[in-house]
Ligand binder design. Structure first.
Ligand SMILES: NC(=O)CC[C@H](N)C(=O)O
Length: 196
């Protein structure tokens, strides 16, 4: 693919605008996605941070839940940040009654894992062997465990909690790179979409 890929940002709830800006800085054409026709037209999708229970309920209400789950299953590249990471997890802990995810990444994610200790914090971490990035955590989940096909791209804290992972064309981070003005994580995802 030589032309800029078109990457959607799921725009049901969450920090959509910041992801659109970061994707554009990373060289993609970025568009909000609220309808199935919009989903059908993108080469890849970002699921933003926000509130996973709300994103799940709105995806069902907008008739997007099943189409999106299927496109992810069919291999569409997707990147989930924070609540988006929860939405890409095959298994979650600390969800509300009946909470469903799109799934795709063979991992167990614990909701609000850092949130019980501190609501929000920032730190530097090594991302995907590409140097140090500033990571912003807001009532963030962490990855409790991963399956054999999941690559760990970032860890944090004294307990080395997993906070960035990749499985095939799916990427997820516990933190919010869209809030730092540093587009390296988005560039990494745009490369994944180009390679796809
Ligand atoms: N910043 C965030 O995306 C927080 C995620 C939120 N705690 C959830 O469970 O969905």
């Amino acid at each position: 693919m030589t032309a800029a890929p078109t990457i959607g940002v799921l725009a049901l709830q969450g920090d959509v605008r910041e992801h659109i800006r970061a994707l554009e800085a990373a060289g993609a054409r970025a568009v909000p996605v609220r309808r199935k026709a919009e989903l059908d037209a993108v080469d890849g999708l970002v699921i933003p941070g926000g509130e996973s229970t709300t994103i799940w309920k709105l995806a069902v209400a907008f008739d997007l839940f099943e189409p999106l789950r299927l496109r992810i299953k069919d291999g569409m590249p997707a990147y989930g940040s924070c609540a988006g990471m929860i939405m890409l997890a095959d298994r979650i802990e600390g969800g509300i009654e009946g909470q469903q995810t799109f799934g795709g990444i063979d991992m167990l994610v614990r909701r609000n894992a850092f949130g019980r200790q501190v609501d929000s914090f920032e730190t530097d971490l090594e991302f995907a062997g590409r140097g140090t990035i500033r990571a912003v955590f807001i009532r963030a989940p962490w990855v409790e465990s991963v399956g054999p096909d999941v690559e760990v791209l970032g860890r944090v804290g004294p307990e080395d909690r997993i906070v960035a992972v990749r499985q095939g064309s799916l990427l997820a981070t516990s933190f919010h790179p869209e809030l730092t003005g540093d587009a390296r994580v988005h560039s990494y995802f745009v490369e994944m979409v180009r390679e796809h």
